[in-house]
Design a protein around this ligand. Structure first.
Ligand code: UDP
Ligand code: MG
Length: 336
């Protein structure tokens, strides 16, 4: 049987680029030769004409599948849904904005044929991104690697190719805070890096404002490390050490000099300091408790409003279960 490749594209308000993206993707995939492919677009609750455009693409092109969410669930969830719906022997994740050049897929497929299970793109160059974004991204990945036990390669995004066995492994990971690139690292198997040049966004604007980026960074750290919880302990030690030094200082003055420590200032600073330390520690613990709470509700990860272009029979023939209606990965897959 000819190998089958799925390409997963998360889209959120991408009306400005989506048609252009499809043309380029199609061109590259059709040029791959002895390989069948499908393109799974996940419309992450777009409020612009993205849904309409995807529908149109699907009508003209049989290799297009569209999964439409009931609302915006976020980039990482959209990627996860795409993975759930992909029927390929290998699955490629790529952004809709052409920042990851589709031509790189060719090289990824070559590596996959050489026997690698994961081929992840490493950005050598990121033109068109603000110095702030570059600096924060760099800092974040370095911090992440210090804190977590899973080594996540530097300067990688979600642009990657994964073999079916990696996809199956990912589907067995039920967590809600999905930091996909970290999850893929955690899975293991034979992984290799593929350097590529990142292009500027072809059109439209970034869907990751600062606030979302911070949230994403937090998800990454808390999903892969409990080191922040240890911060509380160190802060506690530090505060105690400062207090002990203060006591020695005050006693020394009182016993051997005539300059006693008097007044409210020191007292006040001491109280503020302790209050700060306690609130920070509580906040860190709260962050983890909140995640446990969200996890314990066991809600579906996403809800699908509409699905176009899927042929359940075809994917079942390939031994891949039909996509679930509402996915919570640890539940048995429901056939629609
Ligand atoms: N995206 C999504 N849901 C969201 C935000 C973004 O599916 O809530 C998609 C978006 O359409 C794009 C990809 O995720 O295909 C990356 O987003 P973007 O290019 O805006 O992020 P940046 O490259 O600026 O970090
Ligand atoms: Mg982008």
């Amino acid at each position: 049987m000819r190998p089958f490749l799925s390409v997963v594209v998360p889209c959120y308000n991408e009306e400005a680029v989506i048609t252009q993206t499809h043309e380029r993707l199609r061109g590259v995939l059709a040029g791959l030769g002895d390989l069948d492919f499908e393109i799974v677009y996940v419309d992450d609750g777009s409020s612009d004409r993205t849904a309409l455009l995807l529908q149109r693409l699907q009508r003209e092109d049989r290799s297009v599948r569209v999964v439409r969410f009931s609302r915006n669930f976020g980039h990482q969830v959209a990627v996860s849904a795409g993975i759930d719906h992909a029927a390929g022997d290998a699955v490629v994740l790529i952004d809709a904005d052409l920042q990851d050049p589709p031509e790189t897929i060719r090289e990824m497929v070559t590596r996959w044929r050489e026997g690698y299970d994961v081929v992840y793109g490493v950005r050598t160059d990121r033109p068109g991104e603000s110095a702030f974004k570059l600096a924060t991204a760099k800092g974040f990945y370095r911090l992440m690697n210090r804190l977590s036990d899973t080594a996540i390669p530097l300067d990688t995004g979600d642009f990657r190719l994964m073999d079916r066995k990696v996809v199956t492994a990912l589907q067995s990971m039920p967590e809600r805070d999905r930091f996909v690139r970290g999850m893929v690292s955690w899975v293991g198997f034979r992984q290799t890096a593929l350097p590529y040049q990142r292009a500027p966004r072809a059109a439209g604007e970034s869907k990751y404002p600062l606030f979302k980026m911070l949230r994403f960074a937090f998800d990454g750290i808390t999903s892969f490390s409990v080191a922040p919880l240890r911060v509380a302990i160190w802060l506690g030690f530090f505060a105690s050490a400062v207090a002990a030094a203060g006591i020695v200082y005050a006693l020394t003055l009182r016993l051997w000099t005539s300059m006693w420590v008097t007044g409210w200032t020191l007292l006040f600073i001491g109280i503020l300091f302790m209050g700060g330390v306690q609130l920070i520690s509580l906040g860190i613990i709260g962050e983890y408790v909140g995640r446990i709470y969200a996890e314990s509700k066991r809600r579906p990860l996403y809800l699908v409003q509409e699905r176009i272009g899927f042929e359940p029979e075809a994917s079942r023939e390939r031994g891949v279960p039909a996509p679930p209606v509402a996915a919570y990965p640890s539940q048995p897959v429901r056939h629609s």
